[in-house]
Design a protein around this ligand. Structure first.
Ligand SMILES: Cc1cc2nc3c(=O)[nH]c(=O)nc-3n(C[C@H](O)[C@H](O)[C@H](O)COP(=O)(O)OP(=O)(O)OC[C@H]3O[C@@H](n4cnc5c(N)ncnc54)[C@H](O)[C@@H]3O)c2cc1C
Length: 413
């Protein structure tokens, strides 16, 4: 039976994707009992359910790297704590350098990783082949193997966070749409929904690619756009090793991991089409976008040269879904108003949710985050009043830059 809408709650989270559920879980772990999460459809039904679930700890900033290492810790214990399996496969990930510049980037990243307490081993082309027998070594300079990376089942992780949150007394209300806010000065007084109003002390906007619309309801500009992202799943490969790592070859713009006996292959395509210009459709839920195999074509030649087995395998499925992307490609967290907190723009949110949930819960409980989050803080934007054209143009540049080579003196990627 549907739970009734409360008239008051201390903390209301908008959005039941992996980010909102992780925050609810960590708030209850810190003793918050009056937490309500509002989800317009069902939990996971936004960008979360169809994500590939790859978890890579080397990220674009120190804060994000730390956050993903915290998530990995949680993947190891979530089933024990909640009874729901995230299906965590700690098989490692192998990053291939197909250029000297990429190799130098990997060398810098490997040195940086030690400071975060996880190992990245630099390996020769021959060791790459031993770790990943399906690759051709043509043009391979070397690789970086991170044994503690892997992949998860995104819905399983989200369900686990949601179950843990419910056990900690959070109320997760599905089928409740937030329609507006009552605001005075820099404070939200009430959150308005299609089923009544809730007086609240704090609101967290974890609405993923809808965060801009939810922000606008509160008079807050949230610079988050959305783009299509696509992967394919091949027919099974006989005797595919169960412990095959995730492989990433950014010079050839792809990643791959095992999926039901075959390979899930994603292009890290620089020209993903924008989604939701003019507003993310409010009724979009658990939907995919039309598959576009032509978009794979230019990349497929490069990918097949690195993974020749692909030319022998049929395509079993293609998944094309939308994902949120902020104006500079990094998540957006922090107080936009005195009691309106942002937790959105997570482009790789499956790997970041657990750690982000923990640091946000600490911030909201102790008054400050556990480490420097300035790279993600919403106050980093000098102007948040982007026109839609400016927002999409900047987010597109950020997306294209995401897989470029980065100077090792930059923060680790
Ligand atoms: C094809 C593809 C592959 C991906 N692969 C990976 C990967 O390998 N690894 C990785 O880390 N990430 C991956 N991602 C990215 C990942 O999916 C997202 O970063 C993540 O799901 C974002 O989670 P979220 O909770 O912010 O958003 P969402 O899951 O979209 O959740 C937001 C929720 O807010 C709800 N909502 C919106 N408006 C309202 C309202 N007005 N009232 C109430 N509720 C509302 C929505 O219904 C939705 O459920 C991939 C994405 C795609 C598309």
């Amino acid at each position: 039976m549907a739970q009734p809408i409360p008239t008051h709650a201390a903390i209301v989270i908008v959005g039941g994707g992996i980010i909102g559920c992780a925050i609810a879980y960590h708030l209850t772990k810190r003793g918050h009992r009056d937490v309500v999460l509002l989800e317009k459809s069902r939990i996971t039904y936004g960008s979360t359910w169809h994500a590939a679930g790859n978890i890579g700890q080397l990220r674009s900033s120190r804060a994000l790297t730390k956050i993903v290492t915290m998530s990995v810790e949680q993947f190891r214990s979530l089933e024990r704590e909640t009874g729901v399996s995230p299906d965590w496969r700690e098989v490692g990930s192998l990053r291939i350098a197909s250029s000297e510049e990429r190799w130098r980037e990997l060398e810098g990243a490997a040195a940086g990783a030690r400071g975060f307490g996880f190992e990245v081993e630099l390996v020769t082309p021959e060791e790459c082949k031993r770790l990943y027998p399906y690759i051709s070594l043509e043009g391979v300079v070397g690789g970086a193997f991170t044994p503690s990376d892997g992949y998860v089942q995104p819905s399983g992780v989200t369900e686990a966070f949601a179950k843990g949150a419910r056990e900690g007394a959070a109320r997760i209300l599905e089928g409740v749409r937030v329609t507006g806010f009552e605001r005075t000065g820099r404070r939200i007084l009430k959150i308005l929904t299609d089923q009544g109003a809730i007086r609240c002390d704090l609101v967290i906007n974890a609405a993923g690619m809808w965060a801009r619309e939810v922000g606008a309801m509160a008079g807050v500009a949230v610079p988050v756009a959305a783009f299509e992202n696509q992967y394919l799943i091949t027919e099974p490969i006989p005797d595919l090793p169960r412990d095959l790592p995730v492989i990433r070859d950014n010079d050839n713009y792809f990643y791959a991991r095992p999926e039901v006996g075959g390979l899930l292959v994603g292009t890290v395509d620089k020209e993903n089409p924008p989604f939701g210009r003019g507003g993310i459709p409010p009724d979009f839920e658990r939907q995919l976008l039309p598959e576009d195999l032509e978009r794979f074509e230019p990349a497929l030649g490069r990918i097949t040269r690195r993974l020749p087995i692909l030319s022998e395998l049929g395509v079993r499925d293609v998944v094309n879904g939308p994902l949120p992307m902020s104006v500079d490609g990094e998540p957006i967290v922090g107080f936009a108003l005195d009691n309106f907190f942002l937790a959105c723009g997570f482009v790789a949110g499956i790997g970041q949710a657990g750690g982000a949930g923990a640091v946000i819960a600490e911030w909201l409980t102790e008054g400050r985050p556990p480490f420097d989050l300035s790279a993600l803080d919403c106050r980093r934007f000098s102007s948040s009043a982007y026109s839609e054209d400016e927002l999409y143009a900047a987010a597109e540049r950020a997306l294209a830059h995401h897989y470029d080579i980065h100077d090792p003196d930059d923060e680790p990627r």
